[in-house]
Ligand binder design. Structure first.
Ligand SMILES: *Cc1c(COP(=O)(O)O)cnc(C)c1O
Length: 353
């Protein structure tokens, strides 16, 4: 399989936008090539402002990728940064899926954005439900694939079910599917299962997505990562908006990466809280089943999902009602909060009959 042949025909022939920063890369002191405001920005006069924002940012975010590479161990040529993982998802559609002809496979119940992106791009979605164990239906997937199937989205740990997908099953898909296998690892920091990042050298059709929105505590920043073979990364770079990661985001993410210790501490606490909250929920009469979780949330089946949801809202506590989702009937998805938040939730649930 050659990744270049998977591209849409118009993308194969696309001449990408060339920025001022692409055309001149050396050392200089006078930059009159990008129609910026050479005087500075209004922020320059403000207290505590250390950096100027009057220049366009690095289109390839090399400093930030270098810092990420040190933590993840993935070379920067194999790293793509997007305005949230959602941008990477959308770009995969735009680069690889011919609208009205190609199709992708999603494995419900799972993250809703894959289907939304498919819809926006007018690409057919083939749904192969997970089995009741929330694991892959490998036969179903094999039957759904045809010559126009370009992407398979595997979310592991899966949202909203919380479980990791069995590694050997993912490897089976990777070894047999002729398109791209996108493994969404938004919740990998909370999982016992290890990341697929180390397998990038094995599989040219592997794309691993991670994000700064969950364990890193930077959902507002909008910064997502995709790791893949250089051919895939080059194609995404060709299609992305030239300055998709703004300078403020690059600066703040670089600062945040210096504080891995804090992030790791929160991960430990969240996992400990998850195990405790799971036990506490199981002990409630109104809770029928608590699914094992490898993520920072728990899926729980309760006696009256809508009633429980509403009663929690009345107490100012918001969870996600997933009770209408196939295979999640009667379930609520509960994010693991701080110890106080979890205690508040539990006390409210004890009151609700
Ligand atoms: C939260 C989440 C993301 C993160 O998306 P961003 O756009 O990076 O915030 C990605 N995938 C899944 C499955 C998620 O639940």
């Amino acid at each position: 399989m050659d990744v270049n042949d998977l591209q849409r025909e118009n993308i194969k022939n696309l001449k990408p936008y060339s920025t001022a920063r692409d055309e001149y890369k050396g050392q200089a002191s006078v930059f009159l090539d990008a129609n910026e405001n050479g005087f500075g920005s209004p922020l320059d006069e403000l207290d505590g402002q250390t950096r100027s924002y009057n220049r366009y940012p690095d289109p390839l975010q090399l400093d930030l990728k270098e810092a990420i590479s040190k933590i993840k161990g993935v070379p920067i040529e194999n790293t793509f940064l997007g305005n949230g993982s959602d941008e990477a998802i959308d770009l995969l559609f735009r680069a690889f899926c011919e609208p009205g002809r190609d199709n992708v496979i999603v494995l419900p119940p799972t993250y809703g954005m894959y289907e939304v992106s498919a819809g926006i791009n007018n690409v057919e979605v083939r749904r192969v439900n997970l089995m009741p164990s929330y694991q892959l239906d490998l036969e179903g997937i094999a039957e759904a694939v045809d010559q126009h199937t370009k992407l398979i989205f595997i979310c592991s740990p899966n949202n909203p079910t919380g479980n990791s997908i069995v590694r050997a099953d993912i490897e089976t898909v990777l070894a047999n599917f002729k398109g791209l296998v996108v493994i969404d690892e938004a919740y990998i920091n909370y999982a016992k299962q290890k990341t697929f990042i180390q397998e990038l050298t094995e599989y040219p059709n592997l794309v691993v997505m991670q994000t700064f929105s969950k364990a890193w505590g930077l959902a507002a920043l909008r910064l997502g990562m995709a790791f893949a073979s250089q051919k895939v990364i080059d194609i995404l770079n060709k299609v992305k908006p030239p300055y998709n990661i703004n300078q403020a985001t690059q600066d703040i993410a670089l600062e945040a990466l210096k504080n891995v210790a804090q992030v790791n501490e929160w991960i430990r606490e969240t996992v400990a809280e998850r195990e405790q909250l799971s036990r506490d929920l199981e002990a409630l009469d109104t809770v029928q089943q608590v699914y094992p979780s490898d993520a920072n949330f728990i899926l729980a089946r309760v006696n009256d999902a809508k009633g429980t949801y509403d009663a929690l809202v009345d107490r100012g506590i918001i969870v996600r009602d997933r009770s209408k989702v196939a295979l999640c009937e009667g379930c609520l998805r509960i994010t693991i909060g701080t110890p106080e938040e979890n205690k508040t939730l539990l006390e409210a649930l004890k009151e609700i009959k």
